[in-house]
Design a protein around this ligand. Structure first.
Ligand SMILES: Nc1ncnc2c1ncn2[C@@H]1O[C@H](COP(=O)(O)OP(=O)(O)OP(=O)(O)O)[C@@H](O)[C@H]1O
Ligand SMILES: [Mg+2]
Length: 172
């Protein structure tokens, strides 16, 4: 059975080394932030967690990020498959997870998720809290809170030194 997701704040496993808050006034601002992140050195090896309620804009953000990184073709939401793989133009691997429907910890081994996290490449996870304690600490965590209309309040935290470098070079 699927565990109902909660809207409570994410469990912050791992130290928070750096925090920035920002506002996306509209979807174009989300796209602009994604393009800025895509331009950072180290992004192709980052693990990014995306928190926020249904419809917050997690998948939308990933689509802009992957497009900016040169991913072609349809970028499907991984809601049903749990993971969607993508290739960067340089051959780098991107694994886009959505753990909303993840409910069997054995799947972590059986579906090869452990192997994915052991390999180089970029990992992005929606609903990471539903993966329990399987996930390593992320480099970056974005918590997206919908406000009125298209406004989004975004809290970005870095949990590793590479995450700090990404955040500082992106947001100063
Ligand atoms: N500022 C914004 N940033 C991102 N998306 C926005 C913004 N304003 C409006 N939207 C819209 O909000 C919706 C977000 O849907 P999306 O599928 O990305 O949410 P999600 O967080 O991935 O939800 P789920 O938990 O169901 O996977 C899209 O229709 C998008 O066009
Ligand atoms: Mg989504």
């Amino acid at each position: 059975m699927t565990t109902p997701p909660s809207n409570s704040p994410p469990v912050t496993h791992g130290l928070i080394l750096e925090t920035r808050t920002l506002t996306w006034a509209d979807e174009a601002a989300c796209a602009g932030f994604a393009r800025g992140l895509a331009a950072q050195a180290g992004i192709s090896q980052a693990f990014i967690e995306l928190h926020g309620p249904l419809g917050a804009g997690k998948t939308t953000f990933v689509r802009y990020l992957l497009r900016a990184l040169g991913v072609q073709g349809r970028i499907k939401s991984p809601t049903y498959a749990v993971v969607e793989p993508h290739r960067l133009p340089d051959g780098g691997e991107v694994s886009h997870f959505d753990f909303y429907r993840f409910n069997d910890p054995r799947e972590w081994e059986d579906a090869g998720f452990r192997d994915i996290f052991a390999r180089p490449g970029m990992k992005i996870a929606e609903w990471p809290a539903l993966a329990g304690d399987m996930l390593p600490p992320p480099d970056l965590r974005l918590v997206i809170e919908p406000l009125d209309g298209d406004y989004r309040h975004v809290t970005a935290t870095a949990h590793t030194p590479p995450g700090v470098a990404l955040l500082q070079s992106l947001l100063g």
